[in-house]
Design a protein around this ligand. Structure first.
Ligand code: AP5
Length: 214
């Protein structure tokens, strides 16, 4: 099963992508997580991405496209994958379609998690992320068992660098200008499935499961 997740920053793409990846046993590929891991490790890619991310801007298409096209050729993607945070621009979507076509593959689903901007701002301000395993929590909606500590590996939970209010507004503007047009792109491809992301995590996941089947 080959899936992409669409939706504004903080809509719950990562939360749902992790659940989908577990249920359908496919790799969860988050471009944001890959960049954050590279920033943590001080790689050249991390140094390049950091400035864009801290400003709430997109990393240039050519950098992200190469990264993803290489990643989906790996053996663990042979039976499918879920892309979270990619594509984010029309050129990225076109590059993905072309890369898959070269391997005689197509996407099966584009899942759009719909959440209005005012709910997004509340979600992002309460989000906490594990510094080690990238697990996601929310201080009100999905709190860890011990405040500030990851349930999975006991590491510290932090507010992401790009989750400061001014950067979130910039990210939302970038989303509306550059990523939202992908909804029409995948509607035309007849693979778009829109889900109301304002409900509980479990309710959103149940609707996605129903659509994807067993
Ligand atoms: P990325 O990491 O992809 O960030 P994003 O798209 O802005 O998405 P988020 O991770 O902020 O949110 P999410 O939708 O995954 O929500 P989550 O599940 O965490 O990208 C970061 C940056 O990297 C970009 O700005 C860009 O610079 C760069 N980048 C990445 N990909 C790129 C690309 N393709 N091209 C160019 N640049 C790229 O949920 C949010 C919060 O809400 C959590 O606290 C969660 O616990 C809570 N929550 C989730 N679901 C629910 C629910 N149903 N009810 C209540 N709370 C919920």
């Amino acid at each position: 099963m080959k899936i992409i997740m669409l939706g504004a920053p903080g809509a719950g793409k990562g939360t749902q992508a992790k659940l989908i990846a577990k249920k359908y046993a496919i790799p969860h590929i988050s471009t944001g997580d890959i960049f954050r891991e590279n920033i943590k490790n001080g790689t050249d890619l991390g140094k390049l991405a950091k400035g864009y991310m801290d400003r709430g801007e997109l990393v240039p298409d050519e950098v992200v496209v190469k990264l993803v096209v290489d990643r989906i050729k790996a053996d663990d993607c042979a039976d499918g994958f879920i892309l979270d945070g990619f594509p984010r621009t029309i050129p990225q979507a076109e590059s993905l379609t072309e890369a898959l076509a070269r391997e005689k593959m197509v996407l099966d689903y584009a899942i759009d998690v719909e959440v209005p901007d005012e709910v997004i701002i509340k979600r992002i301000s309460g989000r906490r992320a594990c510094t080690q395993c990238a697990a996601i929590y929310h201080v009100d909606f999905q709190p860890p068992k011990r405040e500030g500590i990851c349930d999975t590996d006991g590491s510290e939970l932090v507010l992401r660098n790009d989750d400061k209010p001014e950067t979130v507004l910039k990210r939302l503007n970038v989303y509306h200008a550059q990523t939202q047009p992908l909804i029409d792109y995948y509607k035309k491809e007849e693979i778009l499935f829109a889900v109301d992301g304002t409900r509980s995590t479990d309710d959103v996941f149940s609707e996605i499961e129903e659509h994807l089947g067993d």
